[in-house]
Design a protein around this ligand. Structure first.
Ligand code: ATP
Ligand code: MG
Length: 312
């Protein structure tokens, strides 16, 4: 999704020929655009230049005139974020509704009414997405799904160690705690009876930590949008498979300066220790009538409307 951008300047040189500087100025002018909240302009792509009313020009340096105009497309960071999110949605074979219901479902499974009353952010770290649902006085006050998750940590580890995804995944699960509390330099993991993979754990730590930090920074940014970054009495509840990363809770506590705990669903016996099931269990607990109710929630509805307008 882009937005029409328009700029106009007076051609500055005495000989009235368009200079490179005029072109830069008119583009800057076109970047002065009113974007909806939460959107940052990334770039402006000129489609056509207009010199003294003559439209459709592309190569204009040296053309004589008095007034220079440009029309083009302004691309905002938010639309790039949406694109990434849409890619994540499509690759996970889910609908937008399903993706945005997930954090609410997880919240139903792991949050207590008391936490929702006090003010709490549920952060569901999945594979490709991180869902955030913030509640206060029992109401949903913010909902976001970030197109980044624990699979990004795995991929970064794979790149850092020059190994494949499956090995990186195994390393993340087995040595994940090192990311926040590194002990040794060399580590090895047994792949099969005869095969052992040896790796530099510092590299794994560096890659994993950077990505974990990025996810937490994005969460913080969401909390800032609603002015809750330091003021959530019941703090942050982490859930989803990604929250299994050992040490993440404390890391999050230190980074975001809020109380942080891991949230699991207590209403199903046997699954109470695995946060991977929070969404599924939450959906079961919500039931179809509740889900219909969620869809009519104003925050939920406005996000869906916005996203649906963007999808072809
Ligand atoms: N012990 C562990 N340590 C670190 N990460 C883990 C652990 N167990 C699972 N994960 C990670 O959790 C992620 C899967 O979490 P979850 O099952 O919540 O995702 P999902 O709901 O399928 O994905 P999405 O929400 O993106 O659609 C995977 O990236 C996996 O590597
Ligand atoms: Mg999930």
């Amino acid at each position: 999704g882009g937005k029409e951008a328009y700029g106009a300047v007076a051609i500055s040189r005495a000989d009235q020929k368009v200079s490179q500087e005029d072109i830069e100025r008119v583009i800057e002018e076109a970047k002065n655009i009113n974007l909806p909240i939460n959107q940052e302009l990334l770039d402006m792509f000129p489609r056509e230049f207009i010199v003294d009313g003559e439209a459709g020009l592309t190569d204009i340096e040296g053309i004589k005139g008095i007034k220079l105009e440009v029309k083009g497309l302004a691309v905002s960071a938010f639309s790039l974020y949406i694109k990434k999110l849409m890619d994540a949605v499509t690759s996970a074979d889910l609908s937008i509704e399903e993706v945005f219901i997930s954090p609410i479902a997880a919240a139903r499974a792991v949050l207590s009414p008391r936490q929702k009353e006090l003010g709490v952010a549920m952060v569901d770290i999945g594979a490709e997405t991180t869902g955030i649902a913030v509640f206060e006085e029992k109401r949903l006050i913010h909902l976001a799904v970030l197109p980044v998750g624990s699979a990004n940590i795995t991929r970064d580890i794979a790149v850092a160690l020059q190994t494949d995804i499956d090995i990186a995944e195994e390393i993340k699960k087995k040595f994940g705690s090192f990311i926040f509390k590194n002990k040794r330099k060399k580590e090895k993991i047994k792949l099969s009876e005869e095969e052992v993979f040896e790796f530099d754990s510092q590299r794994m730590v560096k890659a994993g930590k950077a990505r974990a930090l990025e996810i937490l920074r994005l969460v913080e940014k969401e909390l800032k949008k609603i002015n809750k970054q330091k003021t959530l009495p019941a703090g942050i509840v982490l859930t989803g498979g990604g929250s299994n990363l050992v040490g993440l809770v404390d890391f999050c506590k230190n980074q975001l300066e809020l109380p942080v705990r891991k949230g699991v669903c207590k209403e199903f016996v046997g699954l109470e220790n695995d946060p991977s099931f929070s969404v599924v269990l939450g959906l079961a607990l919500l039931g179809s009538t509740d889900i219909e109710a969620v869809k009519t929630n104003s925050i939920f509805a406005s996000i869906l409307n916005f996203l649906k307008k963007l999808t072809p």
